[in-house]
Design a protein around this ligand. Structure first.
Ligand SMILES: Cc1ncc(COP(=O)(O)O)c(C=O)c1O
Length: 408
């Protein structure tokens, strides 16, 4: 008796980050001195996990209605304003002058990415991602019967624009459409951040593909953790205003990461295009999808974002708290990269953010040995291992590069 639909057959959650994190937790409970650097959750240098004080203060003051009743499916105008102000900051007016924009709340950045992949590609069509990429992109595509094609992300330690164009050309020739995910800044798993020129080149490439629907899913999960600073990360987004009307840009925002509220599940899909008709049709489809997939998102989180948006003092306090996280990440990365350099461990180009990746062909063996001999837990990525710097307090970073080098 087959209780599983054909669509769902064979889908098994294996080797997922959350599962490997559970193994680390179990080893810790058995009394081992485990370093769990698996998940993208920030721990401070005092080894503790905690939410932002500003966020907690707001949450403690909201009414029962704003906490426990349903949130509107479409979030509401004040939520859209809060998201656009947060994501675009000083660039909002410039971007809105040239682009039509809509916003819909989603459960985390994951909800934004999965809904837009579902709504822009049919089964059998192809999603383009890089070889080094956040694992769930492939699972999201598999869930909907969508194929995945990958380009090699780096060439000579820089974004491989040529490789990107080659793969995109082939998909466009075959399918007459392109949907591509770019995760920037602070790419997961490497910490790479595109330069303004690299982003402009991507838009210029898409502009050449006139009469081809092009969807750029720009995943900004780590937008607030870039060493280039919050103003420059946003300034770069002006490149979007150059996009011709056949391009739709879907910016996937994650409140989980920006507000350090991972378990509360809020994000947003910002849709923008010069073609108002395309934008409106996708927005309607997003609304329909939301209602029939997750229905509403977390009302307290929506209230929290709206409250912070309307209070410049709260916003400034939160910015300061985020600055502390960025500074601690920077301190950790500097130690790791300098030790890696000393012991000759090669590392993919890292600029900032939660993760660093080390090239490694036989990553299963290396990860197993690091677990069994050093009690170090990292995650496997394409021909590499990923260290979640965000989960390693500064005093535990020292020596890790040499231990990895030894096992390699
Ligand atoms: C690259 C990337 N995109 C999106 C997400 C989505 O996170 P969430 O659904 O918790 O907002 C994550 C989370 O780890 C991520 O690493």
């Amino acid at each position: 008796m087959n209780v599983i639909s054909n669509r769902a057959a064979g889908k098994i959650l294996k080797g997922d980050g959350f599962q490997i994190a559970q193994q680390a937790k179990a080893a810790k409970l058995r009394g081992y001195d485990v370093l769990d650097a698996t998940l993208g959750t920030f721990y401070y240098d005092d080894s503790l996990f905690r939410g932002f004080e500003t966020v907690k203060k707001v949450l403690n003051s909201i009414s029962d209605e704003d906490c426990f009743s349903y949130a509107p499916i479409i979030g509401g105008a004040s939520f859209a304003t809060a998201v656009l102000n947060w994501v675009f900051r000083e660039e909002r007016a410039v971007i809105e002058k040239d682009m039509a924009i809509t916003v819909i709340p989603t459960p985390g950045g994951t909800g934004a990415i999965s809904s837009t992949v579902y709504l822009t590609l049919d089964p059998g069509q192809t999603l383009l991602i890089s070889d080094l990429a956040w694992g769930p992109y492939s699972g999201i595509a598999a869930n909907y019967g969508i194929n995945v094609e990958k380009y090699q992300l780096f060439i000579n330690n820089r974004f491989n624009f040529h490789g990107f164009c080659e793969k995109a050309d082939a998909i466009i020739d075959r399918e007459g459409k392109l949907v591509v995910i770019i995760n920037d800044p602070c790419h997961n798993p490497t910490g790479y951040t595109l330069t303004a020129e690299e982003l402009e080149n991507i838009i210029a490439y898409l502009n050449q593909k006139k009469n081809t629907p092009c969807i750029l899913l720009y995943d900004v999960a780590y937008l607030d953790y870039s060493n280039e600073g919050r103003a420059l990360s946003r300034y770069k987004l002006r490149a979007f205003t150059e996009a011709y009307p056949h391009i739709l840009i879907a910016v996937a925002f994650s409140a989980s990461k920006s507000f350090c509220v991972y378990g509360q599940r809020l994000g947003a899909q910002i849709l923008m295009s010069k073609n108002k008709d395309t934008l409106s049709r996708l927005y309607q489809a997003e609304t329909f999808y939301a209602r029939h997939c997750w229905s509403n998102t977390n009302r307290s989180m929506i209230t929290m974002m709206v409250t912070i948006n309307t209070d410049s003092k709260l916003k400034a306090e939160l910015d300061k708290e985020i600055d502390t996280v960025v500074a601690e990440l920077k301190g950790r990365s500097e130690i790791f990269l300098s030790e890696a350099n000393e012991c000759g461990l090669s590392v993919y180009p890292y600029h900032s953010g939660f993760f660093i990746a080390v090239p490694c062909i036989d990553n299963d063996r290396v990860l197993r040995e690091l677990r069994e001999t050093e009690f170090l837990y990292f995650l496997p990525y394409h021909q590499s291992i990923r260290l979640a710097l965000c989960a390693i307090p500064q005093d535990k970073i020292k020596g890790i590069a040499a231990k990895i080098k030894k096992v390699l």
